[in-house]
Design a protein around this ligand. Structure first.
Ligand SMILES: C[S@@+](CC[C@H](N)C(=O)[O-])C[C@H]1O[C@@H](n2cnc3c(N)ncnc32)[C@H](O)[C@@H]1O
Ligand SMILES: C[S@@+](CC[C@H](N)C(=O)[O-])C[C@H]1O[C@@H](n2cnc3c(N)ncnc32)[C@H](O)[C@@H]1O
Ligand code: SF4
Length: 411
């Protein structure tokens, strides 16, 4: 994998499936658990990381980013986060400048925890706020109020973190354009300094969640274009929320670099950009997904199956049987599939997809494969050619219907 002595970039994801309480809209693999269960899980994570580091193929890679996600990684003991990072450094080659993010929930942080995170090497913190409106927070089932968030944010800055993300959500039940604007302003005006990065996610009504039981009929009515959709904001209101996010954040120095992500120059999240641009990544823990050496796989969601398989790993140095128990949905990424991914993941980025990089990677021109689709999208005003970057990108109208545009690139 090494070319001319240079190592290939690799990103690592560590899934922490624990939360103080489950939010009413969330279908990520996460939930409450006791200290013993957490300790057992961390032990399994350490075993998986060490085993992955023993795989011959990782020797040509350099870890460029690590992302602790979940769930709520900040719920773990600080010593656990330290152990995991130490284990990663032992098992992989990690360069000096790696971006190391930890997701944290307001209400789970203390100054001591934050100091320890910094000492362990975490240099980016991502805080889930969702809304600055306490009524919306309580409807979402969040464990914190806006004031509690402010206290956590102040602690994060006091601890010296200079690369901070805040997550917000749009299209919440009962949310108005006005209340969304207030959330945006509250985040963009945070003291002592506003965050370097802001993500805005539209609420997805996920099957199996309390929100699904309460709102999926409304969501379907909304998708069918019916005007009275109960508490859920209309599609037009949701679009307006995104327009508002773009213009309000632009005025305050944030550039939209991806459909849902805004950053000050130089603070774009490298880890997520890696996902959209085809960088290899390995995920550790239940439900973590990976993409390496042309294969995609995802770990099982069952914590018991996972911890038992990882305990086997410790007894037996042959890692294949244990990994086979845990890893699911292995997909060989064929050239056609890789081209599709280049387009539908890359087009999420506002800089678009580069013709030159497509040619370098696949040895064929983008126009030869996608010419008719690109022309159709351009005719319909959904995509445009950027002559300066020599790339194709979504127009504003294309961003509004990005699901439809991106789906068209599946061969
Ligand atoms: C998986 S969570 C982990 C972060 C952390 N536990 C928290 O909630 O603060 C990452 C982000 O995903 C977003 N998210 C979770 N469920 C969602 C849903 N159903 N629709 C849209 N965004 C969602 C939220 O903005 C959340 O901050
Ligand atoms: C929705 S994103 C939020 C990122 C945040 N806005 C930021 O800028 O740091 C993070 C979530 O995506 C999920 N995630 C990211 N990478 C993953 C992977 N390789 N496997 C499984 N889930 C992953 C995790 O649930 C994680 O909490
Ligand atoms: S949104 Fe975050 S805090 Fe809420 S249940 Fe999901 S992972 Fe946990």
């Amino acid at each position: 994998m090494m070319s001319g002595g240079r190592r290939t970039p690799l990103e690592l994801y560590v899934h922490v499936p624990f939360c103080v309480r489950k939010c009413a809209y969330c279908d990520f693999v996460s939930g409450p658990a006791g200290p013993e269960e957490m300790a057992e899980y961390v032990k399994a994570l350490l075993a998986e990381i060490q085993a992955a580091g023993r795989m011959e193929k990782v020797s040509g890679y350099e870890v460029v980013s690590v992302f602790f996600g979940g769930g709520t990684p900040s719920i773990l003991e600080t010593s656990d986060i330290e152990k995991i990072l130490k284990s990663i450094r032992r098992a992989f080659f990690m360069g000096e400048g790696a971006e190391i993010t930890l997701e944290a929930n307001p209400g789970t942080l203390t100054p001591d925890k934050l100091t320890a995170y910094r000492r362990a090497g975490i240099n980016r913190l991502s805080l889930g706020l969702q809304s600055s409106n306490d009524r919306e927070l309580s409807l979402l089932g969040r464990i914190h109020s806006f004031d509690m968030f402010l206290e956590s944010y102040r602690m994060v800055r006091d601890a010296g973190f200079s690369n901070v993300n805040v997550d917000l959500m749009a299209a919440l039940p009962g949310q108005t354009e006005e209340s969304f604007r207030k959330s945006l302003e509250a985040v963009a005006e945070l003291l002592p300094v506003p965050p370097e990065h802001i993500s805005v996610y539209s609420l997805i009504i996920e099957e199996g969640t309390p929100f699904y039981a309460a709102y999926h009929e409304q969501a379907e009515a909304r998708a069918a274009g019916e005007s009275d959709t109960g508490l859920l904001p209309s599609e037009e209101a949701e679009r307006n929320m995104y327009y508002m996010a773009r213009s309000l954040l632009k005025e305050r120095g944030y550039d939209r670099y991806e459909i849902s992500n805004f950053a000050r120059l130089g603070y774009e999240c490298r880890h997520n950009i890696g996902y959209w641009t085809g960088v290899s990544y390995l995920g550790f823990g239940i439900s973590a997904s990976s993409y390496m050496e042309g294969k995609r796989f995802i770990n099982c969601e069952d914590r018991k199956v996972y911890t038992e398989a990882m305990a086997e790993l410790e007894k037996n140095r042959d890692i294949e049987p244990a990994l086979r128990t845990v890893r699911r949905e292995e997909e060989i990424v064929t050239k056609d599939r890789a081209m599709e991914e280049f387009m539908f993941l890359g087009l999420r980025m506002m800089c678009g997809v580069s013709e030159k990089r497509f040619m370098e990677r696949f040895g064929v021109s983008m126009r030869e494969i996608y010419g008719p689709i690109l022309e159709k999208m351009e005719r319909n005003g959904l995509m445009e050619w950027d002559g300066i970057r020599a790339s194709w990108k979504l127009t504003d109208a294309g961003i509004d219907v990005s699901n439809y545009v991106l789906a068209d690139f599946l061969l």
